[in-house]
Design a protein around this ligand. Structure first.
Ligand SMILES: [Zn+2]
Length: 181
């Protein structure tokens, strides 16, 4: 789903989506690498300059993943406040001169800026980019956004310890065979 810049009213436009909204589902899937099991998108898109758009609101999503340490199945849940700015690379200088002051984008928090074509903002990319920003570098059972789904404790799988598993040799029956001299 794309929002055309020229269609954004002065007070902005509110966009809501959930797990059954295809573009939001695809955006979350692209970021999380799996089909999301929960998804909530509640965004306000505001135009703050000729080709500058501010996206605020909330996104939350969950998807199955795997612990990088013990390989247990986990559920990864990401969410929080959205604060994204989109502009076009070749228009940055122009935009900075024409930014409307109705939206405060110079707050203390550093905003993540993304690029778009200056004509239409693809919302699946917004969902995807925001979730990717929240995604932990390493998924671990004890991670803040992670819920372990398997029984037992998280630990490194040690392949060089534990019982040695020997495959029965296909030549085992030959062990008692007496060959003629
Ligand atoms: Zn683990």
């Amino acid at each position: 789903m794309k929002i055309l810049l020229e269609d954004i009213p002065p007070h902005g436009v509110v966009v809501r989506a959930n797990l059954s909204t295809d573009w939001a589902f695809q955006g979350a899937r692209a970021a999380l690498g799996a089909d999301p099991t929960a998804l909530s998108v509640d965004l306000r898109v505001e135009r703050t300059g000729r080709v500058r758009v501010v996206v605020s609101g909330k996104i939350s999503a969950a998807a199955p993943s795997q612990c990088g340490r013990c390989l247990s199945a986990v559920s990864l849940a990401l969410g929080g406040d959205v604060s994204l700015v989109y502009t076009t690379p070749d228009k940055v200088a122009d935009v900075e001169k024409s930014v409307d002051s109705t939206v405060n984008i110079d707050g203390d928090q550093a905003l993540d800026e993304g690029w778009f074509d200056g004509i239409a903002l693809p919302l699946e990319d917004v969902v995807s980019e925001q979730l990717a920003l929240w995604e932990p570098a390493r998924v671990r059972c004890d991670g803040a956004a992670v819920t372990r789904l398997d029984d037992g404790e998280c630990g490194v799988i040690a392949y060089d310890e534990g019982p040695v598993v020997k495959r029965p040799s296909p030549f085992a029956q030959l062990a008692g065979l007496k060959l003629p001299e």
